[in-house]
Write a protein that binds this ligand. Structure first.
Ligand code: NAP
Length: 273
């Protein structure tokens, strides 16, 4: 029998997840269906329960429901608990198990696909929202020399330092605090670029040979990537690999089979021009 999966969000029409999982299922000969479901803003839990009651095996969860997904679970992973958010649920009998694969998807893309090791490097995350929360633990587990978060609202960055203190040694601050600092990997985890806004990044932020990574995908050269290029950075990446790698983690978690990601990333990539 065909096993049923879905991605739930609001809005959801833009989601690439059905395309990604259909490609994974075909490549691994898994008998499954995967659809996009738009839940009403006040109806996430009911939508999950209805999908499960109809024989669903698991779901991905996207904006704005990742926090609720974590709360709905009986059994959230450490990554989901620390992030306070889940992007994947698995139905096991009466139990709902939750995980958050965004961070490991980012790490796998940076290290495996882009060839930038994080161990011993100076890593900076810009933004202190859900995407940064999900990324902190997986990045810290790679053993960077330093890990820093800068955010427009500096108090939110300081809050992350407190929340993650037991697991992650974190430097935190606002953009002005970055003056005089240099980093080997700079990750834009803000949504500033979606409205065309550039971040107030100081000169000298990118160390020689640095990677500039924007989690936003499908937009070509974003304001952040433009800034990085203008600063002399040649290693530029958007978040399409992160998207596909987190999907691969969820697929492996549900199905016990790891799909290859290379072709799917290539198919979804848009040129950074
Ligand atoms: P979020 O929780 O809403 O956080 C947004 C962050 O952006 C906050 O730190 C906010 O700062 C900052 N921000 C927004 N507008 C800004 C501006 N004009 N100037 C400076 N900072 C600004 O969002 P999120 O869930 O963390 O997602 C962040 C981005 O990552 C989104 O663009 C999302 O699409 C992307 N993402 C990609 C993937 C992927 O698979 N590639 C996965 C997850 C997320 P304040 O705290 O000061 O408001």
């Amino acid at each position: 029998m065909t096993d049923r999966y879905a991605v739930i969000g609001h809005p959801i029409a833009h989601s690439q997840s059905p395309r990604i999982h259909a490609a994974f299922a075909q490549a691994t000969a898994q008998d499954l269906s995967y659809v996009a479901i738009e839940a009403p803003l006040d109806g996430f839990a009911a939508t999950v329960q209805a999908f499960r009651a109809g024989g669903g095996r698991g779901v991905n969860v996207t904006l704005p429901f990742k926090l609720q997904a974590c709360q709905l679970a009986n059994d959230p992973s450490e990554a989901a608990r620390l992030a306070g958010a889940a992007n994947a649920l698995k139905f096991e009998g009466e139990r709902i198990v939750a995980d958050n694969f965004d961070g490991i998807g980012l790490v796998n893309d940076i290290q495996r696909n882009l060839g930038h090791a994080l161990r011993g490097r100076r890593v900076l995350l810009l933004g202190a929202g859900g995407a940064t929360r999900g990324a902190l633990l997986p990045i810290a587990q790679q053993g960077p020399a330093t890990l820093a978060v800068a955010n427009r609202t500096a108090d939110k960055a300081h809050g992350l330092r407190t929340d993650f203190a037991a697991h992650v040694t974190l430097n935190s601050g606002g953009y002005a605090d970055l003056a005089g600092e240099a980093f080997d990997v700079v990750i834009n985890a803000t949504s500033a670029g979606l409205s065309g806004e550039a971040l107030p990044l100081p000169d000298g932020l990118f160390a020689p040979g640095a990677l500039a990574y924007d989690m936003v995908y499908g937009k070509g050269l974003t304001p952040f990537l433009r800034q990085a290029r203008a600063a002399g950075v040649s290693a530029l990446a958007d978040g399409v690999g992160m998207l596909v790698e987190q999907a691969a983690e969820a697929f492996a978690w549900w199905r016990g089979v790891r799909p290859d990601t290379r072709d799917v990333i290539a198919r979804l990539s848009v040129p950074l021009v």
